[in-house]
Design a protein around this ligand. Structure first.
Ligand code: NZQ
Ligand code: ZN
Length: 387
């Protein structure tokens, strides 16, 4: 295991009715609140009205319409609203897109330049207006980490920015809020959680046994409960396990101590959504089994055997490659059974931009430092496997 520093500063309020703590949580920071949300799901499921009921004594201004794969233009708009209203604290109600957008807004309020500078170099600011979240989808882990992923549609760039101060101060995780999710978002969210874990699991770090055991538990949680939530969207046990899996998969717990290599599927997926605006988790579900097939070799096969035996419960056998392939097949079949379209073609993506995207992946993130080093040509081969 490698040396590491671990700090997860977000206070989690988990369970039914935790929204009742909202007033207490926010009042520490002031009375002027920006309420930020997406395309309106929070109005349909009642959270919007509940927030107003609880925050009678606050001055609320709003940023609505934050898009999935949030855009820099929306961040700029949010910063303006906050400046005009002297906002003390930002309340993000929604998924990773809304939360990520508000993290950048919080950072941009005290920055005089353009917000896109901060996506490229977040350390330009040292003061961030506090963000508090009410999570409505189990997926990204944004509710408990310091990352924001923002898209610039003018340059076809979708980049991650990390800054300690951007971690939410508190997040309310009420699994009942995820009951209204469309099936595809439940499935895509589970695929995203699984990918966060898989990106850290498949590394060559020696001796990080504990991180791998936690990861295997999170993967098995998604494999067990995503189908249950799809079958019965109001199954509290399934929704609560998925929601906590979302936070634990990407709050540092599984990855710290294994930071020697960088991720592979996420940098590739971010180009797919930068160019085609697709759902992040769907892109990852399509990529992950193809990437696995591509990197399976004598050097990596033992890790795949662990994955096959400890995650998919296959019996250990002498034929390591057979076992590895069975696990990859099981991964792909799982996503198919969850209803995820498993080819880029099904999302309307053809081969016309594959080369451009492959080069962009390497320009943004040099994958020679990945678990299995990948060149632009390797990325192109993987993308072709996804067509
Ligand atoms: O906008 P509304 O109307 O709320 O609808 C949303 C949206 O259409 C809907 N939804 C969310 N909760 C709902 C609901 N609909 C009904 N009932 C509910 N309870 O779901 C759709 C997707 O929402 P979004 O916020 O985009 O989903 P997700 O949480 O998957 O976020 C994806 C974004 O996060 C980034 C992704 O790249 C993408 O931009 N990521 C952020 C990370 C981070 N901050 O650490 C890491 C991830 O790897 C990822 O890159
Ligand atoms: Zn992700």
């Amino acid at each position: 295991m490698e040396n590491f520093a671990f700090h997860a500063p977000t206070k989690i309020y988990f369970g039914k009715g935790q929204i009742e703590n909202l007033e207490n949580i926010l009042s520490k920071y002031g009375k002027n609140v920006l309420l930020a949300y997406g395309g309106g799901s929070i109005k349909k499921n009642g959270i919007y009205n509940k927030v107003y009921e609880l925050l009678k004594d606050f001055n609320i201004c709003e940023l609505e319409g934050i898009e999935p794969n949030p855009r820099i233009g929306t961040v700029r708009k949010g910063i303006e609203i906050c400046k005009q209203n002297n906002v003390d604290v930002i309340l993000a109600v929604g998924g990773g897109s809304t939360i990520d957008c508000t993290k950048l807004i919080g950072a941009g309020i005290h920055y005089d330049g353009d917000a896109w500078d901060l996506v490229k170099e977040p350390s330009k600011v040292d003061k961030v207006v506090p963000v508090v979240t009410i999570l409505t989808i189990a997926a990204t882990g944004s509710e408990m980490n310091q990352t924001a992923v923002i898209t610039n549609p003018e340059t076809n760039e979708k980049l991650s920015a990390r800054l300690k101060g951007m971690a939410p101060r508190a997040s309310i995780l009420d699994p009942e809020y995820t009951y209204t999710l469309p099936a595809i978002q439940t499935a895509a969210g589970a695929a995203d959680i699984m990918s966060h874990v898989i990106e850290n699991y498949f590394k060559s770090t020696e001796g990080a046994y504990l991180q791998d055991k936690i990861s295997e538990g999170i993967l098995q949680t998604c494999i067990k409960y995503c189908p249950v939530a799809l079958q019965n969207p109001t199954d509290y046990e399934a929704r609560s396990n998925l929601m906590w899996a979302s936070s634990l998969a990407l709050n540092g717990l599984c990855g710290r101590g294994k930071d020697n290599e960088i991720w592979s599927c996420h940098p590739i997926e971010h180009e797919l959504s930068a160019f085609y605006d697709i759902t992040h988790g769907v892109g990852l579900a399509i990529l992950t089994p193809r990437w696995m097939r591509y990197i399976l070799s004598e050097k990596t096969v033992d890790k795949f055997v662990d994955y096959a035996v400890n995650v998919w419960n296959f019996d250990k056998s002498d034929d390591k490659f057979e076992l590895a392939n069975k696990a990859i097949d099981a991964t792909e079949k799982f996503f198919i059974n969850c209803g995820i379209p498993m080819n880029l073609g099904k999302l309307g993506i053809d081969d016309s931009l594959l080369e451009k995207m492959s080069n962009a992946v390497i320009a943004h993130r040099d994958l020679k430092d990945a678990y299995v080093p990948l060149s632009a040509e390797d990325v192109l081969n993987i993308l072709k496997m996804c067509l």
